[in-house]
Design a protein around this ligand. Sequence first.
Ligand code: HPA
Length: 276
Amino acid sequence: MNPIYEKLLKCLNSVREKTDFVPKVAIVLGSGLGDYANDIQVETEIDYHDIEGFPVSTVPGHAGKFIFGYVKDVPVVCMKGRVHYYEGYPVSDVVLPTRLMHLMGAQILFLTNASGGINPSFSAGDFMMLTDHISIFAPNPLIGANIDELGTRFPDMTQVYDRQLQDIIRNVAKKENIKIQEGIYAQLTGPSFESPAEIQLLHKLGVDAVGMSTVVEAITANHMGMKICCISCVCNLAAGMTQNPLTHEEVQAAAKEAAPKFKKLLTESVIAMKEV
Ligand code: HPA
């Protein structure tokens, strides 16, 4: 058996020894958004350390566990903390949790992240709903023998971010009076922030926001046929757009400040996904 698939099934067994919860929506919480988990009616939690073979993050603010529970009456699994490629894990480990949540039953993947804004009309603290992405600066997570049990060798990427889910998020934002931008997100590997020249290049390529996660997870989820959506918290203007140097602390502080609105947007959108 494909060793990556074998490892995945081992993790699934390990989870199933602890809970038989079947989530509909899988939620990934980005930098500084970890305390969203407080808004979930928790059924059970599993520490990543307790799942055999599961990659565990080393980044401050990304301490890891799965939280299983309900957002109103929608069953969700929430990843409090994700692993990033820049931590040194093979990309197959970075996307293992996404695959695992799908095998637990999740049909929808709701990604969140922190990003740097490149579109000149964006401000720090804005939210951006992804309409598409650029993956070519990050490793493709599907390289290697295809896992036929999960999806096809050459998956179509014409519409990664589901239109119906985008409509739901747009409508919720409007109803809740939360300003939301839309645009294209590019994942770079990090961990260094970009140089101003790199940001100018990305701007010319049509990138609206840049970050260090999400796209590899979205590709993997799309490979498996999940419905995907993503909201990014634009925590800072990208390098060279202001005089300020960038710091992780600044990113976390901005995400924390945006958290109450972000939670509202997330909660109401997940509730509206009940019928999807
Ligand atoms: N660049 C890359 N990743 C980020 C940024 C940024 O400016 N801000 C938050 N995550």
